[in-house]
Design a protein around this ligand. Sequence first.
Ligand SMILES: [Zn+2]
Length: 118
Amino acid sequence: MTLGIKQEELLSKYQIDLDRRYNNTIPIGWIEMLDELFSKLIEAGWDRKVTQIKEKFGELRFYFYPNVPGLDIIVKTFEDKSSKLCYYCGNPATTESESSWISYRCEEHKRTSWRDFE
Ligand SMILES: [Zn+2]
């Protein structure tokens, strides 16, 4: 899946070196959260290299090599946080999607399909 404009803008804002050999899916509702994550990691000395950013079982998965101690703890905090945010808008999630595919949603986006955002 190719990344949308917002995702690409965020990556270039922080000059993130994302490995394009893997499938990277970044929910649109996570942009703000990732913005915060990137700035915290960079502040802590991150080399801006990341192998993969994706969603799994409704939660953020961020695969990278922590080049300085403590980075993995920051990432873990955000992985936990991701399941409390709506996949589509970043508002607090109130529900899981009604399909078998787990993703967290707010009331408004309870029935929204991925396709509506492409
Ligand atoms: Zn929403």
